[in-house]
Ligand binder design. Structure first.
Ligand code: GLU
Length: 463
């Protein structure tokens, strides 16, 4: 049974890198008819917040990454970790360490000055015939794992290929802190074991943790999952994405008018490929994602490409759906605008969706149909001239009496053009500026038909 998981720490929002590994883990499970688990790694009590948990859950929901189990919270599993620690201690594979942070720092400093590696010196590690220091009064111990002193750890990474790290590079890691709470590297192993996780996809910042984890799996006699470490995502300046460099939360993209399928498509393609395909559905991704073709080198976040992908999905989204998204965008604006997601709003979305990269842009167009429009002064001076005013008055006159639909409005426009000897742009540009505040709009008859007659007449009057 293929079982994957995503295990975010609720110490901030679900960032893009984690969303991408969540997507890979989810798609891999779905591809194989397996299961996908959500685990909240909340053992960093000082930095974990309920707000972050809520954001993570909202992001998963928005992206449509449904999980078969979870959310499982590590802080609800402390007894289980305790039991496993006791087992390791009983087996002689973990031990209490009473070194104080000050002592440890002093030893590290001494090693640093000698140019040596600053690994833990094994002072409290039991060994046959070794006499341990007397247990100091009042010091709360940590628990350390007896890492194998030599040999090496090798795994065949699903993304990077074979990786080998020598045990001499790593030391006896702390698995339980002084406060009794397990550390990441220990809890993650117990969880992946208990949850029967078969494949772990995660960011490559965890590569250095993997040898410890493999050694702990082995000490517990637990079967090893397969590991795949995905390279970091770089910002467009080539630096790792960070809060300052474009790394905003997944939910911020929802607010900024992106569609979840665009986000998924873009994230999937960022570090994975299927031939030359750039646009693919969730179902295609599931069909294609077999864990191969994951990129070994860092991907670069490209906001312009994300916009391009989003524009494609907006263009192909149903008008009904767009109307409800635009309705939500309008309601969320500073100047809250309550607009029904009715046939009119749907028709507005239909008319403008081709020219919008986000639902925010679409909402900005829609708002012009429901609020007062202030034409751009320069455009107004340029297009609304004395030469055109008589034709505008004639147009207003005829529009006050015609049937109110695109065909009838189109016929009126043609009559006015003929009567004044104008070509379409000569009349259409000034009318667009007056009606929607800009000379660049879809075809005039369609735009006018979506306004009310009163709006059109009132706005033409401002000529
Ligand atoms: N809590 C870890 C993180 O958010 C999980 C890493 C893992 O998937 O093992 O980076």
């Amino acid at each position: 049974m293929i079982r994957t998981r995503i295990a975010p720490s609720p110490t901030g929002f679900l960032h893009l890198g984690t969303a991408r590994t969540a997507l890979y883990s989810w798609a891999y499970a779905r591809h194989h008819g397996g299961q996908f688990v959500l685990r909240i790694e909340d053992t960093d009590v000082a930095r974990s917040t309920q707000d972050s948990v809520d954001q993570i859950l909202a992001s998963m929901r928005w992206l449509g990454l449904d999980y078969d189990e979870g959310p499982v919270y590590q802080m609800q599993r402390l007894e289980r970790y305790q039991a496993v620690v006791q087992q390791l201690i009983a087996q002689g594979q973990a031990y209490y360490c009473y070194s104080t942070p000050e002592e440890l720092e002093a030893t590290r400093e001494a090693k640093r000055t000698k140019g040596e590696k600053t690994l833990y010196d094994g002072r409290w590690r039991p060994a046959a015939g070794k006499v341990l220091p007397p247990i100091p009064q009042g010091v709360q111990p940590v628990v350390r794992f007896c890492n194998p002193p030599d040999g090496e750890v090798t795994w065949n990474d699903l993304v990077k290929g074979p990786i080998t790290i020598s045990n001499r590079e790593i030391d006896d890691l702390i698995i339980v802190r002084q406060d009794g709470i397990p550390t990441y590297n220990f809890a993650v192993v117990v969880d992946d074991w208990d949850m029967r996780i078969s494949h772990v996809f995660r960011g490559d910042e965890h590569i250095n943790n993997t040898p410890w984890q493999i050694n702990i799996f082995n000490a517990l006699g637990a079967p090893l999952p397969q590991f795949g470490h995905c390279p970091v995502i770089l910002g467009d300046d080539g630096q790792k994405l960070s809060k300052r460099r474009g790394a905003v939360s997944v939910t911020a993209y929802e607010d900024a008018g992106y569609l979840p399928e665009a986000m998924l498509n873009y994230l999937a393609r960022l570090g994975w490929s299927h031939g030359d395909e750039e646009l693919f559905s969730r179902a295609q991704m599931v069909a294609w994602f077999d864990g191969s073709h994951l990129s070994k080198s860092p991907a670069q976040w490209d906001p312009a490409k994300l916009l391009w992908v989003n524009a494609y999905y907006i263009k192909h989204a149903s008008d009904e759906r767009l109307a409800s998204l635009v309705q939500a965008q309008l309601a969320n604006r500073e100047s809250t605008l309550a607009v029904p997601a009715d046939a009119r709003l749907q028709a507005i979305c239909a008319l403008f969706k081709d020219r919008c990269e986000t639902t925010v842009a679409l909402a900005a167009w829609a708002a012009k149909f429901y609020t007062d429009v202030q034409p751009d002064a320069i455009e107004k001076a340029q297009h609304v001239t004395d030469a055109v005013r008589p034709a505008l008055a004639a147009l207003a006159d005829k529009l006050s009496a015609c049937a109110w639909d695109k065909v009838a409005i189109g016929a009126v426009i043609k009559e006015v053009l003929a009567a004044h000897g104008f070509k379409m742009p000569q009349l259409a540009m000034p009318v667009r500026v007056l009606i929607l505040g800009t000379a660049q709009t879809p075809s005039l008859d369609a735009v006018l038909a979506l306004c009310t007659r009163e709006q059109v007449l009132a706005r033409l009057q401002t000529a």
